[in-house]
Structure formats: structure tokens, C-alpha cells
Write a protein that binds this ligand. Structure first.
Ligand SMILES: Nc1ncnc2c1ncn2[C@@H]1O[C@H](COP(=O)(O)OP(=O)(O)O)[C@@H](O)[C@H]1O
Ligand SMILES: [Mg+2]
Length: 326
């Protein structure tokens, strides 16, 4: 449904997107994950036909967005990073206006506005001015305008940015409900976002695709279970000594002590899942286990891991250029 081939975009001397290629199947929700400045918005603006690439090409529903932009745009709904706001318009006026400029037939506008309003749960604010709505409602109005001409492709740029936790959950549910009959690309710089919403994820960093795969596998693979943080209560030297003797445990390091509790970092050998053994050893020794969690890798660590060769165990077996972890 979406084919991106060798896409490169320069802004003067800045290489914002560097030879990116990927495809998105019909009905799929694809996540773009990457830090700020990675090139997500630029890629999305090219896909939606708002920006010309320096080189490469994009086809949506079989139409080239460069040479058949009008046809392609009929198939695309776009929620930009900062949605266009007409603060003085009411919601229904704005949606009718959006429908008109997107070529919805005059006689169908009312029904389309009603349908997308229901779908996006904004039926109760139809007569309110957009400028007076909460951020969460405004974002749903943005989604409704993206849907109003019944596009089969949705391009959503950071759709949950700036929302509160409840609004984030509602927006994710709404986006997930689009899967199947819509093909969706959404961007985010937040790791959990992709595992909550997407079926597949491209990690973008420095204008390039640096990893690709199913979100759960990606998160697990990148965060791994080899780095574990434990919080226990008991005699630290004895605990460290005993845990260090568990098969597969490489090293146990104290990180901090607070009162009677001590936080330990455990590093296991690659491929060894020592979590159950750790828990059992602590409990059977009569110490108290307060917490046991994997990870410790921040998103920055993960991007670093993906983009720095010598740090990246993941890239050792990578079929270049992108690492396919699926
Ligand atoms: N209109 C522009 N003019 C010049 N440079 C830009 C412009 N838009 C984006 N950039 C640069 O291109 C790079 C990618 O930006 P962007 O696509 O917005 O990334 P993201 O959406 O992942 O944060 C950044 O280095 C950014 O500074
Ligand atoms: Mg952006």
C-alpha cells in the first residue's frame, strides 16, 4: 500500500533523510521510532506529498506522490505534528471545511462529518470552538479531519504528544481500531508507544533506518534480560557472593544501599535467563526480595546501541544495512 524507495531529503547542507526504503502492507500499523531530529516528520511530509524529496520515490495505493500527487492525496489522511488550527471555527464547521477541500461530494459532507465525529468520539463538542477545546479533544478533531475523506492510508505524526495519560490510552485505542481497514504509519520518540500500538516498527536515527521488527521482539532484544536490577534486604556481601555463583551470572555489582535495602545490578551471560534462579536463591536464603526487573537501558542507550557498531551485539549478525530482528 505504501512503497518508499531510496528516499533522500536534504535541507541545504542538512541531510535529514538518507536513502530510506521500506514498504507497508495494507491494513498494517507501522511505527516510526526515533529521537528528535531523526527524520520522522520529514519522511512523513514526503509520503503525504507536502514536501518533494531530493531523490527517491514514494508510491501510495499505486500512485506516485511526486507525479500523481492529486490521486495519491485522495488515499491519504494526514495528522501533522502541529495540526492546523482554526480556533474560531466550531468543530463541525471545520470538519465540513476539511471535507470540502478534500473533494468530498457536497451531498455526502454531512454524513461524513457525522461518521468521523462518532468514530473519534467528538460528537458532543460539534458546536464548540476549536480554540476552546482541551488538547485531547483537539487531537481527536485532527484525527477526524484526517479521516473525513475516507482515505485508506493514515499518516499520524506523534499523535499522542502532549496528551495526558488518559487521553493517550484513548488515542491509542482509537488508532488501533483503524488497523485492518486502514494502513497506518505513526511516529513517536517514546519506546513503549510502539509496543502498545504498532504491529511493526522501524527505528530511525540520523535519517536512516537502523532496525526493523515486531515491537515486542525489538524491545526485548534491545532491553534484553541479561541486565537485571534487584532490590533485596539482607547482608550485601553474602548476597553478592551467593548470586555470583549462579550459573550464567557474570557479575553482581552493588548500585546503592538505602537503609536495610540494597540495589544490585546483575549482568548475565548472553542468552542466559537467570531471573528465576536469582529470585529463588534470594528467597531460599531467607532474604527479602523487593524488586527484580530487567533493563536499565534508557531509550538513549538503545539508540546508541543501534547506531554504534562496536557497542552493538545486535548488529553483529545484522544483514546490512538495516538490522532485521524479526
Ligand atoms: N524546514 C527545515 N529546514 C531545515 N532543516 C530542517 C527542516 N525541517 C527539519 N530539518 C532538519 O532535518 C532533520 C530531521 O528533522 P525532522 O524530520 O523534523 O525529525 P523528527 O521528526 O524525527 O524529529 C533535523 O536535523 C532537522 O533539524
Ligand atoms: Mg517530528
Amino acid at each position: 500500500m505504501i512503497e518508499v524507495e531510496g528516499l533522500t531529503k536534504r535541507y541545504g547542507p542538512t541531510l535529514a533523510v538518507n536513502d530510506v526504503s521500506f514498504t507497508v502492507q495494507k491494513g498494517e500499523i507501522l511505527g516510526f521510532l526515533g529521537p528528535n531530529g531523526a527524520g520522522k516528520t520529514t519522511t512523513m511530509r514526503v509520503i503525504t506529498g507536502f514536501l518533494f524529496p531530493t531523490s527517491g520515490r514514494v508510491r501510495v495505493a499505486g500512485f506516485d506522490v511526486g507525479t500523481e500527487s492529486l490521486e495519491a492525496k485522495k488515499h491519504i489522511g494526514y495528522l501533522p505534528e502541529t495540526p492546523p488550527v482554526y480556533p474560531d471555527m466550531t468543530v463541525s464547521e471545520y470538519l465540513a471545511f476539511a471535507a470540502r477541500i478534500k473533494g468530498v461530494a457536497r451531498g455526502d459532507i454531512k454524513k461524513r462529518v457525522g461518521d468521523v465525529s462518532e468514530r473519534c468520539a467528538i460528537g458532543d463538542v460539534q458546536r464548540r470552538q476549536i480554540g476552546k477545546l482541551s488538547k485531547g479533544y483537539r487531537q481527536r478533531v485532527g484525527l477526524a479531519q484526517a479521516l473525513v475523506h475516507s482515505p485508506d492510508v493514515l499518516i499520524l505524526d506523534e499523535p499522542t504528544a502532549g496528551l495526558d495519560p488518559k487521553q493517550i490510552i484513548e488515542t491509542r485505542e482509537l488508532i488501533k481500531s483503524f488497523a485492518g481497514d486502514h494502513t497506518v504509519i505513526l511516529s513517536t520518540h517514546i519506546l513503549p508507544e510502539v509496543s502498545k500500538t504498532c504491529q511493526r516498527v522501524l527505528v530511525i536515527s540520523g535519517g536512516q533506518v537502523v532496525a526493523e521488527g515486531a515491537p515486542d521482539e525489538l524491545v526485548r532484544r534491545l532491553q534484553g534480560y541479561e541486565d537485571i536490577v534487584l532490590i533485596v534486604e539482607g547482608p550485601a556481601p553474602e548476597i553478592i557472593d551467593k548470586l555470583q555463583r549462579i550459573t550464567g551470572v557474570n557479575v553482581v555489582e552493588p548500585r546503592e544501599a538505602a537503609g536495610t535495602q540494597v540495589t544490585l545490578e546483575v549482568h548475565a551471560e548472553k542468552g542466559h535467563d537467570v531471573r528465576a534462579d536469582l529470585a529463588q536463591t534470594v528467597v531460599e536464603s531467607g532474604w527479602k526480595l523487593f524488586e527484580l526487573k530487567t533493563g536499565g537501558l534508557s531509550l538513549e542507550d538503545i539508540f546508541l546501541k543501534l547506531t554504534t557498531k562496536d557497542l552493538s551485539e545486535a548488529q553483529e549478525s545484522a544483514p546490512s544495512p538495516a538490522l532485521d530482528i524479526s
